[in-house]
Design a protein. Structure first.
Length: 312
């Protein structure tokens, strides 16, 4: 049984005339009559008394009319609900970022900004465990609308987004700083560049993370060769921060993530400013993404940066 048969029957019950009902349903009268006949064959009962003028419903037709109206009304209401859900999903802004940026930047900067302009971002918390290239792939494969990440020319996998199909906003500056736990006198236990006879225990990042290629690039360009012995590698700055705090070694950590800890005095800078590594925090999106909420968010952020500067 087709839904349009029910709609045909309701139109016929209202007009009591095959020709007028066919006009209402925008079909020819022969087609309309055939569909009413198919409906009666499906129900195995006569629904229309064709011997009266105007046409009338049989007792079975009166009962069927109530059900047909209920079913078509429920289908119409359900369709409207589904369309509303579809519109909401299409206007939802899917946001991905690293664990470090979520903890040190999103909650303090992006979330309040979105509240001010009354835009909801759908933050994908699963992305906090992704590898670096996973973020780029999510944007390229249209599984996310916005990617927030660290940027440095040494991060090769981000170059995919240099294509003219994508655009970015520089929203803040960041600095990777070398840190060490302090000793009893308040001085760092480990200090760059270290000595060949006693290399510094180094807590680094995995190669396919955002920050390892940045650190490697920077250290290769230092006049003094750092003497480091890798103790462990991690994907997340939070893990490196925890090991540094416990005194296991030296590690490069985003300054925003370390500010409170540095103020407590249990962790200190492990090197002079030449060991600090500048970064950008960027947002990336596809230029062809027509999500209206994404456009509103992007334009509002551009205006804010032009007027008030970066989100620092």
């Amino acid at each position: 049984m087709e839904i349009r048969w029910l709609e045909d029957f309701i139109a016929l019950a209202k007009t009591r005339h095959f020709s007028r009902a066919a006009d209402e349903q925008n079909v020819t009268q022969p087609t309309f009559s055939r569909r009413i006949k198919l409906l009666e064959e499906e129900m195995r009962v006569t629904l229309i008394d064709r011997n009266t003028l105007p046409l009338s419903l049989t007792p079975a037709g009166e009962v069927f009319l109530q059900t047909a109206e209920l079913i078509t009304r429920q289908i119409r209401d359900t369709k409207e609900c589904c369309q509303e859900i579809r519109k909401q999903e299409e206007s939802q802004v899917r946001f991905v970022t690293t664990q470090t940026l979520f903890l040190s930047f999103y909650k303090d900067m992006i979330e309040p900004f979105c509240q001010n302009i009354e835009i909801d971002l759908d933050i994908n918390m699963k992305s906090s465990s992704w590898l670096g290239n996973d973020f780029v792939n999510a944007l390229v494969n249209q599984q996310s609308d916005i990617m927030m990440c660290y940027w440095h020319p040494a991060i090769n996998f981000i170059r995919t987004l240099d294509d003219e199909q994508y655009e970015h906003l520089v929203i803040a500056k960041e600095t990777l700083i070398p840190c060490s736990a302090t000793d009893q006198t308040g001085e760092p236990k480990f200090t760059l560049p270290g000595a060949k006879r006693k290399p510094l225990p180094y807590i680094g990042y995995y190669e396919n993370s955002f920050l390892q290629p940045v650190i490697h690039h920077h250290l290769q360009r230092q006049r003094d060769i750092p003497q480091l012995q890798t103790l462990s590698e991690n994907y997340h700055s939070v893990s490196i921060k925890a090991m540094v705090k416990e005194g296991y070694g030296i590690g490069w950590i985003p300054h925003r993530l370390m500010m409170d800890t540095l103020n407590y005095g249990k962790v200190a800078l492990a090197g002079e400013e030449n060991w600090h590594i500048p970064l950008e925090i960027r947002l990336y999106r596809s230029k062809f993404n027509q999500n209206p909420n994404l456009t509103q968010f992007w334009e509002a952020l551009k205006q804010h940066i032009a007027r008030d500067g970066l989100l620092n």
